[in-house]
Design a protein around this ligand. Structure first.
Ligand SMILES: Cc1cc2nc3c(=O)[nH]c(=O)nc-3n(C[C@H](O)[C@H](O)[C@H](O)COP(=O)(O)OP(=O)(O)OC[C@H]3O[C@@H](n4cnc5c(N)ncnc54)[C@H](O)[C@@H]3O)c2cc1C
Ligand SMILES: NC(=O)c1ccc[n+]([C@@H]2O[C@H](COP(=O)([O-])OP(=O)(O)OC[C@H]3O[C@@H](n4cnc5c(N)ncnc54)[C@H](O)[C@@H]3O)[C@@H](O)[C@H]2O)c1
Length: 510
């Protein structure tokens, strides 16, 4: 309950978290005239803009460009140096706008969305306490819906917590490159940052708990990446886990399970992430703090009465990338707009609390069109714009290491576990003419997982230079369930790397 002296803000929709996902959900929800506020406690733009996707890719790109040039005689002779650390860090700083979010705030306001700065915590259904950056307390109420998009935070194993290790935040925003870096983990962050820091001149050791890096990728892709990491001088230790850690003026000192020691100037912990629900007050809604907010395909949180609570992005545990989180954001924004625009229009509220940038009043969809949107949403089935169907078996992922790895849909094992009758076809990408033009000694592999019953692609993996750019064709094939005999008529241009598609289909028997 609000105390008498507390300012109360009321909007049709409250979005908690102004990361990529929150911004997109808010924008879509507002398009039919609902008033929407985004509540953000740090920087608008969230993890991706400042401590994840953008700075990490900025750190990786110079090394990838040099490697590409070195693979092409004529260009190779012109490349005599290594990555310039200062210029790389300076470009990274440009990508993060020097950790200043005013550009994103301008976008938000230009889109007609309100922004409240501070930490939000549920105090009841559709009501939140907002603790401002100055410690002041306010109340935020949603007339219709709350969308939680609070993201995730790194998990730090107990054995390493006391040595103040780097997490994804420090590794992406570092101002200096340590001489030696030990990376704990073998997942996406570990692989990308091991490559980036080795390009930047650090001597890198990776401690991988299991028997392969990128455990969610196809095993052949893990093997190729693992071998490439070693080839570039990274000390990759499998079955290795830190049991104790200390830090002194010389750096960090880890003891591993087998009793051996690793000393380094710095340690990066990249052992996964956990949904940010620990301090969100979700217990007052009957949910468990620290757990993901489980959602249905309309992104409505399950287990909460009243149909007002939605979630998208990392906080759901359903997606762990920006692109897929933003897809869910588009879905949830459209669902919220369809479900509540008519009710908001009928209630006659002007939709704002007077804050600048709020966009109440009649929007383009507030008339008859909204009613039909509500109908369409209510009866929506899989693959409608109101259901996040792709999350189940059509999710694309790129790991921007060296080689790049890109995959979509199911791995062979996941397909078999799902009961599908599948076979795989594989082709060495370096054998196609376009790849030989792109790079001497192009090393990479393409694999399709084929559903034997339906004659369609249910999974695809590509490794190699710029493998990421091969991925979207596969994503279209998987989402569109394009039959192979129709795909046969999609002719890749000569000489491009995409010609591997023709070779894959020939290998499949066409
Ligand atoms: C190193 C690294 C590299 C990555 N690279 C890629 C990549 O190349 N491509 C890709 O697709 N994905 C990448 N990801 C994943 C991507 O960063 C996340 O999937 C994405 O940021 C999730 O977006 P989100 O909006 O759900 O969460 P976030 O970006 O974490 O945003 C959540 C926001 O909510 C705010 N917030 C949290 N709690 C509250 C509260 N109680 N009150 C108010 N505000 C709150 C936070 O301050 C934050 O701004 C990477 C991740 C890491 C760690
Ligand atoms: N290019 C991209 O799209 C991109 C880049 C970076 C991160 N991300 C996203 O961010 C998420 C988080 O990345 P991440 O690399 O932190 O997580 P991850 O789940 O990809 O990998 C975690 C790794 O840590 C290991 N691990 C877990 N607990 C451990 C422990 N106690 N000791 C040692 N090892 C342990 C796991 O075996 C695994 O190899 C990913 O799901 C990914 O999708 C995406």
């Amino acid at each position: 309950m609000a105390q008498d002296d507390q300012q109360v803000h009321e909007f049709d929709v409250v979005v908690i978290g102004g990361g990529a996902v929150g911004e997109n959900a808010a924008d879509r929800a507002h398009r039919d005239g609902l008033s929407v506020v985004v509540v953000e406690e740090e920087l608008v733009g969230g993890e991706c803009s400042y401590w994840a996707c953008m700075p990490s890719k900025a750190l990786l790109r110079p090394g990838a460009v040099l490697e590409a040039a070195r693979a092409v005689p004529g260009a190779a002779q012109a490349v005599t140096g290594t990555v310039d650390v200062a210029a790389t860090l300076a470009r990274r700083d440009e990508f993060t706008s020097h950790w200043d979010d005013h550009g994103q705030v301008e976008w938000l306001e230009g889109a007609g969305l309100a922004l409240l700065r501070g930490r939000a915590r549920f105090t009841g259904p559709r009501e939140l306490a907002l603790t401002g950056t100055d410690g002041g307390r306010q109340v935020v109420r949603a007339r219709h819906a709350v969308v939680v998009a609070t993201g995730s935070e790194p998990v730090v194993p107990d054995a390493l917590a006391t040595v103040r290790p780097w997490t994804s935040r420090e590794v992406t925003s570092a101002e200096q490159v340590p001489g030696t870096l030990v990376v704990v983990g073998g997942g996406v962050v570990a692989v990308e940052m091991a490559v980036a820091y080795s390009d930047l001149g650090a001597q890198v050791t990776m401690l991988v708990r299991g028997s392969r890096v990128l455990p969610r990728a196809e095993p052949f892709a893990s093997d190729e990446v693992g071998e490439a990491l070693v080839k570039r001088g990274i000390d990759v230790r499998y079955g290795a886990q830190a049991t104790t850690a200390t830090r002194d003026e010389q750096g960090v000192h880890l003891t591993l399970g087998d009793g051996s020691r690793v000393d380094a100037d710095e340690v990066l912990v990249a052992t996964g992430r956990t949904p940010r629900t620990g301090d969100l007050g979700v217990d007052v809604l009957g949910l468990t703090p620290g757990e993901p907010l489980v959602v249905d395909d309309a992104l409505m949180v399950t287990g909460v009465e009243g149909g007002w609570l939605f979630a998208a992005g990392d906080v759901t545990g359903r997606t762990a990338t920006t692109h897929q989180g933003k897809y869910d954001a588009r879905v949830v924004g459209d669902v919220v707009a369809a479900r509540f625009s008519a009710a908001a229009a009928a209630s006659g509220a002007d939709g704002t609390d007077g804050s600048p940038g709020t966009g109440g009043g009649a929007g383009p969809g507030r008339s008859g069109a909204t009613g039909s949107a509500a109908e369409r949403e209510r009866s929506a089935g899989p693959w409608s714009r109101y259901r996040a169907s792709a999350d189940h078996a059509a999710v694309p992922q790129v790991v921007f290491g060296c080689p790049e790895v890109a995959w979509v849909g199911r791995t062979e094992q996941e397909a078999r576990d799902a009961g599908l009758d599948v076979r795989t076809v594989r082709y060495a990408i370096g054998s196609v003419a376009g790849a030989s033009v792109a790079a001497d000694g192009y090393a990479g592999t393409a694999q399709l997982v084929l559903d034997e019953q339906r004659g369609t692609i249910v999974g695809a993996t590509f490794t190699g230079p710029d493998a990421a750019e091969l991925l979207h064709a596969a994503t279209i094939g998987v989402v569109g369930e394009v039959p192979l005999d129709r795909l046969w008529h999609a002719v890749p241009a000569y000489p491009t790397v995409s010609e591997v598609w023709l070779r894959l289909l020939e290998t499949a028997g066409l």
